[in-house]
Design a protein around this ligand. Sequence first.
Ligand code: HEM
Length: 211
Amino acid sequence: MSFPSSPSHPCLEIDLALALRRATAEIHAEIEQLPLMARLTSKAVILDDYRRYLRAILSVYAPLEQILYARLDDTTRDRLGIMPKLPALIADMEEQGLTFNSATLAFAPGPALLDDLSTTVGGLYVLEGATLGGRTIARHLRGIIGAPLGSTRFLDFHGQNTATAWKRFTGGLNALVAQKVLVPDRVIAGALTVFAHIHTQIKLTPERSIL
Ligand code: HEM
């Protein structure tokens, strides 16, 4: 696999952020087309669709985030400027009056991931990148559903700082590659595994489940 170069240092640096976007574009598009997601981004979306989304994402997100953050050292975490989004997701669920069984969540399946830093960061790319689309989805939902939508803390996690946070994350990624802390093809493999897991789990969510 060949990696794109960074425009600022054409020969010296690999633009891993761009390589990740390219490598995961297909599976990302497949996720967008899943019935639950297509419904969320349609003009016919209703509050129950948002609630169904929160439930589905919680069961995928909770085990994933816990696994990935448990494997991350503080230095890399600071470098990437990331923090867990699970508290925001739980707050949104509570705001919608949705209950969940935390014991069940503890046993929700996670993906089989190699326990190395590159793979872990690849998985975190997926969770962090979702804030880009999340902000767009939140704006769409607010335009249709209005006030009953509540705070969308999870979907719009970084709010107005979304672009700045993403720049910091991708800048950190590329710097860690330049320092040879990360191995690009392992990061990409980690991202693909996590994306595939999310795809499978969301696909399993009943389209019209009772909330
Ligand atoms: C209806 C569902 C979704 C929609 C409409 C959507 C939409 C988007 C949009 C508009 C972007 C921004 C692209 C850009 O600024 O160039 C984006 C980026 C991204 N999304 Fe999604 N997304 C969805 C679901 C997800 C999910 C479930 C995940 C993973 C948990 C995810 C992960 C990502 C990642 C990693 C990026 C960053 C891509 C990159 O620039 O490297 N998305 N998405």
